[in-house]
Design a binder for this molecule. Structure first.
Ligand SMILES: C[S@@+](CC[C@H](N)C(=O)[O-])C[C@H]1O[C@@H](n2cnc3c(N)ncnc32)[C@H](O)[C@@H]1O
Length: 338
């Protein structure tokens, strides 16, 4: 639906705009251009870029800030090369046919999972990624295994599930974030930066609740009760996403050892604009990331009804307004290691 695409973009654009100042500041204060100003090419990548236009805004902002930094330090402006990364099934045709015509960079696509190596050693100067690193490479095996104590019967995520389920998800996240950071550690030049925007949960209770996934689960359960989908289908769905806490991010950076955590802060939550309720905005945002998976699992015919009831339920939840998570801005700098 068209309005949904518009909503997703508006919401994400809000967060990217909120991160804009932080990125400008990061480039002005933390990017070590003396380490690589002899190279005339500055390479940027957006990991999990989707199809635009948010990626174009983010990339342009980075390039403008880098240009300013080179000029202010008396260097001539480098040439820019931008690598747009997403899964191979991403619609790269739409992405590349809508590249801004006035762009001053060379553009290339990198269709591959960012959990694996993507670039030659020490070739990237700035990594950007927004709303993508929460995706897991797979649902943890144990939660699908009927003989395991972590079998997640009747639930679609770790929220409100047994502690074993959460522990399996947390272990899968740790594996994924370690692969992600290890690959980037090889690829990013010393003095280069990585800016990550990701939904998070607060530090705190060991077995977190997540209103959003619980609401999804309740919509699916209602549909199963009405016979629209089978209970077995609900039992076999588990969402491959994980909302890490700031402490978990810190621990992952420490395990990796090649980056310094320069900044980590919660971005201010945008109030929905116009006639869009928060439930509408969030359900459309989640639909952008998960529609394909829901279609594969339940079939296309239930999708509109599911997301419609999801947004209505989200709107009904007053506790939801206070939120139990947010978006985290993380700035990492590649440091020299012995
Ligand atoms: C919610 S969208 C965010 C899109 C865009 N970054 C933005 O902020 O507007 C998440 C994107 O991350 C991509 N993604 C998820 N896991 C990925 C992975 N392992 N490797 C590459 N891309 C991934 C998805 O395909 C999707 O396009």
């Amino acid at each position: 639906m068209l309005w949904e695409n518009k909503l997703q973009r508006l919401h994400l654009r809000g967060a990217i705009a909120a991160a804009k100042e932080l990125i400008n500041e990061a480039i002005a204060e933390k990017l070590d251009i003396k380490n690589f100003s002899s190279s005339n090419t500055f390479r940027v990548t957006d990991l999990g870029c989707s199809i635009g236009p948010n990626t174009f805004l983010a990339v342009q902002n980075i390039i403008d800030a880098v240009e300013l930094k080179y000029q202010s330090q008396g260097h001539s402006t480098p040439e820019f090369q931008v690598f747009f990364n997403d899964h191979a099934l991403n619609d790269f045709n739409t992405l590349f046919s809508s590249l801004p015509p006035e762009r001053k960079y060379y553009a290339a696509g990198v269709p591959c999972s960012f959990h694996s190596p993507l670039f030659p050693n020490a070739s990237i100067h700035f990594v950007f990624t927004s709303y993508a690193v929460q995706s897991l490479s797979q649902v943890p095996n144990e939660v699908l295994d009927k003989s395991s104590p972590a079998w997640n019967k009747g639930r679609i995520h770790y929220s409100n599930a047994s502690p074993k389920v959460f522990e399996s998800y947390a272990a899968q996240y740790a594996k994924n974030i370690d692969c992600f950071l290890n690959a980037r550690a090889q690829e990013v030049v010393c003095g280069g930066l990585m800016a990550i925007i990701v939904p998070c949960r607060p530090n705190g209770p060991p077995y977190p609740q997540d209103t959003i996934t619980e609401t999804m689960e309740s919509c699916l359960s209602d549909m199963a009760k009405k016979g629209i989908i089978s209970e077995e289908k609900v039992d076999t769905l588990n969402l491959p996403i994980y909302f890490a806490s700031p402490h978990e991010v810190e621990a992952a950076v420490e395990r990796n050892g090649c980056f310094r955590l320069e900044k980590m802060e919660i971005l201010p939550q945008e109030k929905p604009s116009g006639n869009f309720s928060r439930g509408m905005v969030l359900s459309s945002l989640i639909r952008a990331g998960m529609e394909g998976m829901f279609k594969n699992h339940f079939g296309e015919e239930i999708i509109d009804e599911f997301f419609d009831s999801f947004h209505k339920k989200l709107d009904e939840l007053s506790k939801f307004e206070s939120g139990n998570g947010g978006s985290l801005f993380i700035l990492l700098k590649r440091i020299a290691t012995s």
